[in-house]
Design a protein around this ligand. Sequence first.
Ligand SMILES: [Zn+2]
Length: 251
Amino acid sequence: MIRDLRQDPNQSCREEASTRSETTDEPKPAEAWRHPPMSGKMPERKPFGRHEPPRNYPTDPDLYADPRNFMYPLDKPIRARLARRYFDELRNRRKYTEQERLFIDSRIDEALKRFHMAPDEAHATVYSRTDRRKLPAELSNDEIEKLDLDELLQCSLGRARFERAKSIPGDLVSLSSSGGVISGTVKQYLVNIDLKRRVITHNCEDWKKNMKSRLMCKHIGRAFLAIGEEEATALLRRILSERDQWTFNAP
Ligand SMILES: [Zn+2]
């Protein structure tokens, strides 16, 4: 097709030339993300891997976070988000070596960036869309009483955060309880649960971002895991049923 050069052909040519010179060496936009700077090592063929792409999924191995096994497709925003969600689950991560995990993580993050999503946002979006767990606000007190500690934590954190909470080693948790206040640290973050005043104070970024919607972070989840099943269960049931009376706070 012949381009319309408008009133000022020279101007138009200059613009075109300068645009072209900037992009000549770059791959076409659609291809650019396929070869980002890679970390880690591409996963080997795995016993659980696929020999061919699943039906209705891309046939090009480059469109997968794990190309040799056709796992974790990244061709669409929703698939990139699901890849992040599934690959955040410990049982899936465990199937790869550390270097392979690095590779897959960097490919997924690259895809999320390409779809203009921060890796952290991926979790929230996936949960609000596809996770059918009830929000704490929707649970009746009878239902809350029937939940065990794992279920209470999954309601309070979401599944991916709950898995990450469990993966924080015990030696990074230091808590004590006195006068109705549980306080200390998880990793480098402050934790303070005031049972009388009904205030939880904590200072990580995830907490600050989500405390208004009363979604707990992995550190607070880890704190509950550390204080003993019976006490944690009772306390979480209390927090969920008295939800409106608790304040989630940052210092
Ligand atoms: Zn936190």
